[in-house]
Design a protein around this ligand. Structure first.
Ligand code: P6P
Length: 337
């Protein structure tokens, strides 16, 4: 059986569901092509002169790696001219990026974290690109920040590329989750799985345990029970994985189950969490739900949150449905819900 390319898959999805118009198909293919270029840049490592700091800071006040800046530029340049976007937004840019007047505009808003987990770059650990697609509100010619502030349930597509031992693009357009593996010789993403499914039950959790003393009580309760294993109320032993690259951790969970947690903690009590809602939590939550998993902020379905700011942060509990439900129940009980 001939391998199925991303292009062919998208055309088949269009025929089957009729939800993928030409502009959305173009958007996905352009983003995939940009991820290919990012994968090649990352793959050069130290010999590519792309490692280390760029000597600048992003809107989050984080030191930018050279590859953060390069990945952002690759995605901007790839998406400006196609006529499929009304505007775009990135973790690396303070404000939305307007499509230059010399190019036509389209109906979609693209948001992305161009290189998530970039602190892992210099130690050769998997990193990734995360993207989210919304519709531009009708009648808005020059989208501003508030036009991006739509609940995650309004996404029309979302995906990520994980740059690991192989480069894999994972995509949902609202009809399940498919994965594509990059054939580096041909330069094409080839379909590797049509319908990724997250097992409802799991024995594997992903959280940064070094923050334990800063967690709220229901977070402590949930993790203490996992650590108690067979001897505790859960009656089974659990395993832990933490890559500190959300894309890598989420990809493992999509592949074999698990729960990923980045809770709020007392280190910065005014922040609801570390991860960003618009271009990390929302796209990953859309993908996880489409694969049969669940995603909350510890209290409610993450995709229903009404964003208030482009770079706002959120607590994230996502993955195997049964575990997300237990952890969320504990948080709701503690809040008296
Ligand atoms: P910590 C990477 O910086 C990131 O945004 C996510 O990809 C990852 O899950 C998390 O932060 C890691 O955070 O506190 O463990 O370094």
């Amino acid at each position: 059986m001939r391998p199925i390319s991303l292009t062919r898959y998208l055309i088949e999805q269009q025929r089957e569901h009729g939800h993928l118009n030409a502009d959305l198909r173009l958007l996905i293919e352009v983003v995939a092509r940009a991820c290919k270029a990012i994968s090649i840049a990352i793959g050069k490592g130290a010999i590519g002169g792309v490692l280390g700091s760029a000597g600048s800071e992003n809107v989050q006040g984080e030191v930018q790696k050279k590859l953060d800046v390069l990945s952002n530029e690759i995605l901007l340049e790839a998406n400006e001219w196609g006529g499929h976007l009304a505007a775009l937004a990135s973790e690396e840019m303070d404000h939305p990026h307007a499509i230059p007047n010399r190019y036509p505009k389209g109906e979609y808003l693209l948001l992305f974290d161009p290189l998530d987990g970039s602190s892992n770059i210099d130690v050769n650990i998997s990193v990734g690109t995360i993207f989210s697609v919304l519709r531009c509100p009708d009648g808005v010619a020059e989208p501003r920040e508030e036009d991006f502030l739509q609940p995650g349930a309004r996404q029309v597509a979302a995906g990520y590329a994980v740059y690991g031992p192989n480069t894999v693009l994972v995509l949902t357009t609202g009809h399940g989750v498919a994965s594509f593996t990059l054939d580096r010789e041909v330069g094409s993403f080839l379909l590797s799985e049509r319908q990724m499914k997250i097992p409802a039950a799991t024995r594997e959790f992903a959280i940064n345990m070094s923050n334990m003393r800063h967690w709220e009580p229901p977070m402590r309760r949930y993790i203490d029970e996992l650590l108690a294993g067979k001897t505790g109320p859960r009656g089974k032993d659990f395993n832990m994985r933490w890559v500190a690259s959300m894309v890598a951790d989420v990809h493992r969970i999509l592949t074999r189950g698990g729960i990923f947690i980045y809770p709020r903690d007392a280190r910065e009590p005014d922040k609801p969490g570390k991860l960003r809602l618009m271009y990390e939590a929302n796209p990953m939550s859309f993908i996880v739900e489409q694969a049969g998993g669940a995603a909350t902020n510890g209290h409610q379905r993450l995709l229903e949150l009404q964003p208030k700011a482009l770079h706002e942060r959120v607590a994230v509990f996502l993955g195997s449905r049964e575990e997300v439900e237990v952890a969320t129940r504990y948080h709701r009980e503690a809040a008296g819900a």
